[in-house]
Write a protein that binds this ligand. Structure first.
Ligand SMILES: O=C([O-])CC(=O)C(=O)O
Ligand SMILES: [Mg+2]
Length: 223
């Protein structure tokens, strides 16, 4: 417990949001990216979380806001240099997440060799579902994650297609920095990413285990 907050409200803890990129071959392909030999990862600030009831804001500098539906892994116990075989002991549960991406900004960052923070780390770039305890998901590599925009299916992926498995990712990251209780790992997006506009409605879920719904709104400069 961080203070009086239960882990089931991990988004209130202010801990790390670690995102893995290019973890599904078909998404790497649609982005024109090579398959990674080692996990590619980046961070979002903990103030990027947004919960149902509040809108996803398209940043004022973005003309092409993309959805990426991803399985989130919630860390339940501090992990430092853990072997892959013991990595799942550090998982408390799961959540469905969106890695909202200012795709035009990301393209500019890629061209200039700059970090992706502006493209991936803006306020409301991490919509998150309710917490799903580990016991409810016997095998996290056998899940269908899906996303609809205005009722139309845009993304559907099976977590069995991840290039790097959840224990591999936890072990790999834990050798670089300590993963703490309340941290969240976004495990990468399957194919089908695409644009959303102000007033669009995004609905996404993990099979029929959990789902969530968000409206998109335009951020005005200065707000
Ligand atoms: O922006 C990207 O395509 C990288 C990424 O986050 C993902 O693959 O989920
Ligand atoms: Mg992503």
């Amino acid at each position: 417990m961080a203070g009086s907050k239960p882990l089931s409200r991990f988004w209130e803890w202010g801990r790390n949001i670690v995102c893995v990129g290019r973890n599904y071959a078909e998404h790497a392909k649609e982005m024109g990216s090579a398959l990674p030999a080692e996990p590619l990862f980046f961070l979002k600030p903990s103030s990027a979380y947004v919960r149902e009831g509040s809108p996803i804001l398209r940043p004022y500098y973005c003309r092409n806001l993309h959805h990426e539906v991803e399985l989130g892994v919630v860390i339940g116990r501090s992990a430092r240099a853990v072997p892959e075989a013991r990595a799942m002991e550090h998982v408390a549960g799961y959540a469905l997440c969106l890695d909202m991406t200012a795709r035009d900004t990301q393209e500019e960052c890629k061209k200039k060799g700059l970090p992706w923070t502006l493209a991936k780390g803006f306020g409301s770039s991490c919509p998150v579902s309710d917490f799903v305890p580990k016991e409810k998901i016997p095998d996290p590599h056998k899940l269908r994650i899906w996303l609809k925009v205005n009722g139309k299916l845009r993304q559907e992926g099976d977590t069995s297609s991840m290039i790097f498995s959840i224990p591999y990712l936890i072990s790999y990251i834990s050798h670089i920095f300590t993963l703490e209780e309340g941290d969240l790992i976004l495990t990468g997006s399957p194919k089908g990413v695409g644009s959303v506009e102000a007033d669009d409605e995004i609905e996404a879920g993990i099979g029929d285990v959990v789902s969530m719904r968000f409206r998109v709104a335009q951020q005005t400069q200065g707000s």
